[in-house]
Design a protein around this ligand. Structure first.
Ligand code: PAF
Length: 289
């Protein structure tokens, strides 16, 4: 089946109503475009599980807390379309901002304490805006299954919780982070790094790895783990660790004593690019989640 690129909500609904009536399972991969190998993994998982795969490409202005970040965000629709075609995507939904927000929304989704830590306090309103756009997109596409990367762990956890709390009938599938050979998590933002910055960007992965090593060796004091892991980020101009925190994987609240599975997450500034990453960890003899 040829790949359809649709831009209106009405056309997506009509196209997918027919798909569902035919009894075909719909898999959905919401993205902001600038597709990379990590998105490829989400699409492949959807392709394996579902008869029809929909990818949305929409740079959601509401979730950007800085004007320059929104302006700089890479937009690569032609190459995104080629990749979707290669991976057997059936529908790309690429709406305009006006199609999605004909007027600024008065009603948005609140995410409660799930945004109290990690990226939440550093990006006010970010997760409310993500929860709102994902709810809108899921309502438009009505997928049986939707796929999100574990790299954005706080986003994934908020979306899982939102879908449960609102009784939305879409299964949320988390897909493990895809990494470059040196450990850097694949991200659309990596293409904003200069050649000189690129090698420095692995510092976050190395710090998270150090936290995991300490936890696996039996250190239970999370403050010590975070401090010693953060010390792995070298003092180099342009490199700044914004945070490195250890949280409960479901509630995203800080953990003081590491006696159960945890998520270690961080954000690193490399020049003017902000990168995030996380790893699952657990004390010795306890399985990670
Ligand atoms: O992860 C992303 O690309 C975005 O936050 C999402 C889920 C597509 C919402 O805009």
């Amino acid at each position: 089946m040829p790949l359809d690129l649709l831009t209106s909500i009405a056309s997506v609904r009509a196209r997918l109503d027919a798909v569902r009536v035919a009894g075909t399972t719909v898999g959905f991969v919401p993205t902001m475009g600038a597709l990379h190998g990590g998105h490829g993994k989400l699409i492949e998982a959807a392709r394996r599980d579902c008869g029809s795969v929909v990818v949305s490409i929409f740079v959601n202005p509401l979730q950007f807390d800085r004007e320059d970040d929104l302006r700089k965000y890479p937009r690569t629709l032609d190459t995104d379309r080629d990749m979707c075609e290669r991976l057997g995507v059936n529908v790309i939904f690429a709406p305009t901002v006006e199609e999605i927000y004909p007027t600024p929304p008065s009603c948005t989704i609140s995410v409660g304490h799930l945004a109290d830590h990690l990226c939440g306090p550093r990006r006010p309103g970010h997760f409310e805006s993500i929860a709102t756009i994902v709810t809108k997109l899921v309502d438009i596409v009505e997928p049986h299954r939707a796929y999100f990367g574990e790299k954005d762990y706080q986003q994934l956890t908020i979306i899982r919780t939102l879908i449960g709390d609102l009784n939305i009938r879409t299964a949320i599938i988390g897909v493990p982070t895809l990494r470059e050979a040196d450990g850097l998590a694949m991200s659309s933002r990596n293409r904003l790094l200069s050649a000189a910055e690129r090698p420095l960007a692995t510092a976050l992965y190395l710090a998270l790895g150090e936290a995991n090593r300490l936890i696996l060796s039996g250190v239970t004091d999370s403050e010590r783990v975070a401090r010693e892991a953060a010390a792995r980020v070298p003092a180099r101009p342009g490199l700044r660790l914004e945070y490195l925190e250890i949280v409960d994987p479901a509630t995203l609240q800080p953990v003081t004593r590491i006696d159960r599975p945890v998520r270690v997450a961080g954000a690193l500034w490399v020049g003017t690019t902000r990168l995030i990453d996380n790893v699952a960890s657990a004390p010795p003899d306890v399985a990670t989640q």
